[in-house]
Design a protein around this ligand. Structure first.
Ligand code: SAM
Ligand code: DTB
Ligand code: SF4
Length: 356
């Protein structure tokens, strides 16, 4: 057996750490695959109810014509990806889609807008959407680009539960992907979101030509934030013709799974979302991602502008795996965590946690 790097955790940590080093992060990535999955499973079962998956449905409420230059994104006005621009969607239409998502079994409704940052008039209308979706009994999430602290507070007041704003990659690689806003801008928005008392949804994309070190650095930045994100979406790049990354190289599927597993280990309380890219993944690869600790998916035939597996297929996959959909409200602060989770699940789980 190869020597185990001494810096690695033997067992799940008792409390989430915020002092990871790059060496430790890279050592996790370098573990033999079965060891990494085993560790991720142990962490997962110490902090989460196993065999459950949280379902979030996305809706693009304002599509295309975005002034930003994100190289991966079909909605940038600078790329000829053939996305038809659409104005901010009227409230009744948003509500119709939210009701349909709820009827299909989603517990969270995420509204995405192709903005650099929302204008006051738009934010007012979006706040009304958030309140109305909240009234339906769904968890609410929005992703609207950069937010100032007062904008984040306005959304919180309207009933927003989560704000999605991704780091996308490492700070070093970021400059090769986006030039119209900085990594620091992203961190500032995340701080404003946190300060407003919103749950943070923050992750990134695998498959843009980044190195394994970039993936490690991105997870390191997330894991060393003063407070961990409650939700960590790991997207596989959707290569959209017309975008600069249309011809990006394939990602080794096992490296994608490794990224999920390392996120699970380093950010143990978070829901790790197996996000964009599932349409091109086999059921078996998605199963590996669940084994690696993914416990959330985007659910519904469309992401923002690109496809996603259909609902019937996802339900059949979960049924084949004997997995259940998570109830609404099993959010990080309400869910079982650490020792409590271990105790609630009986002696064998308690033993795993107790060994920490
Ligand atoms: N405009 C807002 C922003 O950029 O924050 C919100 C919408 S934007 C589409 C949300 C996230 O979707 C991006 O940060 C990126 O991580 C992800 N995304 C966009 N295009 C993608 C693609 N082609 N493949 C995978 N993920 C993608
Ligand atoms: C996230 O991390 N992934 C979602 C969501 N946050 C907003 C978006 C994926 C978009 C994929 C490309 C598209 O459909 O336009
Ligand atoms: Fe605009 Fe967001 Fe797409 Fe970047 S990722 S081009 S900010 S919609």
């Amino acid at each position: 057996m190869p020597d185990r790097p001494s810096s690695l955790p033997d067992t799940p940590a008792a409390d989430p750490r915020h002092d990871w080093t790059l060496e430790q992060t890279e050592a996790l990535f370098a573990l033999p695959f079965p060891d990494l999955i085993h560790l991720a499973q142990r962490v997962h079962r110490a902090w989460h109810v196993p065999n459950t998956v949280q379902l979030s449905t996305l809706l693009s409420i304002k599509t295309g014509a975005c002034p930003e230059d994100c190289a991966y994104c079909p909605q940038s006005v600078r790329h000829a990806a053939g996305v038809e621009a659409e104005e901010l969607m009227p409230l009744p239409q948003v509500l119709e889609r939210a009701r349909a998502a709820r009827a299909a079994g989603a517990t969270r409704f995420c509204m995405g807008a192709a903005y650099r940052s929302p204008k006051a008039r738009d934010l007012e209308r979006i706040s009304q959407m958030v309140s109305a979706v909240h009234e339906l009994g769904l968890e609410t999430c929005a992703t609207l680009g950069m937010l100032s602290p007062p904008q984040a507070r306005q959304l919180k007041q309207a009933g927003l539960d989560y704000y999605n704003h991704n780091l996308d990659s490492s700070e070093e690689f970021y400059g090769q992907i986006i030039s119209t806003r900085s990594y620091q801008d992203r961190l500032d928005t995340l701080a404003a979101v946190r300060e407003a008392g919103l749950h943070v949804c923050c992750g990134g994309i695998v498959g843009m030509g980044e190195t394994p070190r970039d993936r490690a650095l991105m997870l390191l930045t997330l894991a060393n934030l003063p407070q961990h994100p409650e939700s960590v979406p790991i997207n596989q790049l959707v290569r959209v013709p017309g975008t600069p990354l249309a011809e990006a190289a394939d990602v080794d599927p096992l490296d994608f799974v490794r990224t999920i597993a390392v996120a699970r280990v380093m950010i143990p309380r978070a829901h790790v979302r197996l996000s964009a890219g599932r349409s091109s993944m086999s059921d078996e690869l998605q199963t590996l991602a669940f084994l690696a600790g993914a416990n959330s998916i985007f659910y519904g035939e469309k992401l923002l502008t690109t496809g996603n597996p259909d609902v019937a297929h996802d339900r059949a996959l979960l049924a084949r795996l004997g997995m259940r959909c998570e109830e609404r409200g099993a959010a990080p602060d309400d869910s079982l965590g650490g020792a409590a989770a271990a105790a609630a699940r009986g002696p064998s789980q308690a033993a795993v946690h107790g060994a920490t």
